[in-house]
Ligand binder design. Structure first.
Ligand code: TRP
Length: 327
């Protein structure tokens, strides 16, 4: 089984686009891969965060992933900061990467334009990300196209390190996740649904209650020609509703379109179907969240399993570069 690693930031809220586009598939495929999912709390620190909120979000995303069906017995689910080898290897990666290489990272260029305070951590972020992946002899990193450059860098760093110090790291592959449902913002249907707070009415959060889901879908932007057909360019709002309904009922949007002649009933059915699709996740989340120690327990188990892999790998790195033994 291929070792697959992915990182998820504990910031913002998990929304329907995350769930239908990625998380649902992680759960479905967890027995086909040797899967590691890491809540990257250290990466979240590259931008100043409210401490209480970071803590709460770390726990929330952990419980949400489990509520969505990830089985912490079958895979590894842990918090990045619980495995100190991540920061330890990140330093070695910072010393392997060049300043020029990190300066060329598109995500850094974009984020540093927006930030009032550009932390050094924002600059070295991709070195930490490379450490995340390389610590576990990861073979595949299934992340969106926006992360391609970071994974390319991780590959370059692995090869450079192996060249300098001898074979140490597996060179990971960036795999494009199969196109899950492409879920757009309900108010601006040409933009992807996103967790930024700019468009709360356009984003369905996985923990939204049924009333909120119904309201958001009812008010979703469509068009005025009144014809139900699946056309992403001419009718992006309607196409999005068809995609959502199709994704939750496991059908094709074109086929769903044929069942409707009016927008109202389509919206009503889409809302009802989303409510039903999220119900098991919400129920499971409520059960888990009722125990204040649940996230801690899950993350503790995950960190033990992760360290069993990361500690010997880091010992190998220390030895390779010439750091003396601490034992
Ligand atoms: N940078 C990734 C993102 O913003 C998150 C991430 C951190 C990650 N470490 C990773 C993804 C390792 C894949 C592998 O989405």
């Amino acid at each position: 089984m291929a070792r697959v690693f992915s990182g998820i930031q504990p910031t913002g809220d998990l929304h329907l686009g995350n769930y239908l586009g990625a998380v649902r598939r992680w759960a479905a495929e967890q027995h086909e891969h040797d899967a590691i999912h890491c809540v990257v709390d250290l990466h979240a620190l590259t931008i100043p965060r409210d401490p209480a909120e970071l803590r709460a979000k770390t726990n929330e995303v952990t419980l949400l992933l489990v509520a969505a069906g990830l089985d912490p017995q079958a895979m590894i689910l842990f918090a990045q900061s619980h495995v100190p080898e991540h920061t330890e290897l990140a330093w070695v990666m910072e010393c392997t990467a060049s300043h020029g290489e990190l300066s060329r990272m598109v995500q850094f260029k974009e984020k540093s334009k927006q930030a009032a305070h550009v932390s050094a951590g924002l600059f070295t972020y991709p070195a930490l990300q490379a450490a995340d992946v390389l610590l576990y002899d990861t073979e595949e990193v299934p992340v969106g196209d926006d992360q391609r450059q970071h994974i390319e860098l991780a590959r370059d760093l692995a090869e450079r390190f192996n060249g300098r110090y001898g074979p140490t790291f597996v060179v990971p592959k960036h795999t494009i996740p199969p196109v899950g449902a492409r879920i757009m913002d309900l108010q601006e249907p040409t933009k992807k649904m996103s967790k930024s707070l700019d468009s709360p009415q356009g984003t369905i959060l996985v923990l939204d209650d049924p009333k909120a889901i119904e309201r958001k879908i009812k008010r979703a932007v469509t068009d005025s020609d009144g014809e139900v057909r699946y056309d992403i360019t001419e009718k992006p709002g309607l196409a999005n509703l068809l995609s959502i309904l199709a994704a939750v009922t496991d059908e094709q949007p074109e086929a769903v379109a044929e069942k409707y002649t009016q927008y109202g009933p389509l919206k009503a059915d889409a809302a009802a179907a989303v409510v039903e699709a999220l119900r098991p996740l919400q129920e499971r989340y409520a059960e888990l969240a009722a125990d204040p120690g649940a996230a801690d327990a899950i993350l503790r188990t995950g960190a033990e399993k992760a360290r069993a892999i990361a500690t010997p790998k880091m010992a190998q790195v220390r030895d390779a570069v010439g750091l003396t033994s601490r034992h």
